[in-house]
Ligand binder design. Structure first.
Ligand SMILES: [Zn+2]
Length: 177
């Protein structure tokens, strides 16, 4: 099964960083789950509204600079927000980012114990991770799969070990400077 970006998705990529556009355009040819682009560029007014609604927590969003995009998963043509679909999409974005050499950070795996924020998704390999847990006051060893689901779990573990709440934004990807 191969998918194509809709006209609307292509329009929403307009104005954002060209390397990011290339990643999205390649990812749609690699993905097992269909997706569309929800947002690329954002105006200051749109960002203010999102912060007011609690949908975003920063006025320094990379969307304002054209260095971020949000995607939405489609199952049989219908939008779905089920998180497991987004780590599949992140696998496709990662593959495209590797092939095109573009450093990208994902909103559901901002960092891991070895790679604090921002983590370049191309560098995630999974495997055995041993690190010091503040919460347990001890070393901890966990084996993660090499998929982006594994990266998300590592990020969640990292935050919990710091007694901090993970901030999961599965549709969001941004360019690293
Ligand atoms: Zn976003």
């Amino acid at each position: 099964m191969s998918f194509k970006l809709s006209r609307r998705s292509l329009d929403r990529l307009e104005g954002i960083n060209e390397r990011l556009q290339s990643v999205v355009k390649m990812a749609i040819t690699l993905t097992k789950t269909d997706f569309g682009v929800v947002q690329g560029m954002r105006t200051i007014e749109q960002q203010k509204e999102l912060v007011a609604k609690g949908a975003s927590k920063t006025m320094k969003s990379k969307h304002l600079e054209g260095k971020a995009f949000d995607i939405m998963a489609f199952i049989n043509g219908r939008a779905s927000w089920e998180l497991s679909l987004y780590d599949d999409l992140a696998d496709a974005i990662k593959e495209a980012a590797i092939q095109l050499g573009v450093p990208i950070c994902w909103g559901a795996a901002w960092g891991t114990p070895e790679m604090p924020y921002p983590m370049d998704i191309r560098k995630w390999e999974g495997g055995e991770h041993t690190y010091y847990s503040e919460k347990l006051q001890a070393e901890r060893t966990v084996v993660y799969p090499s998929t982006m689901e594994g990266a998300m779990n590592a990020y969640i573990d990292l935050r919990r070990d710091q007694n901090r709440r993970p901030f999961i934004d599965g549709p969001h990807f941004e360019l690293m400077d």
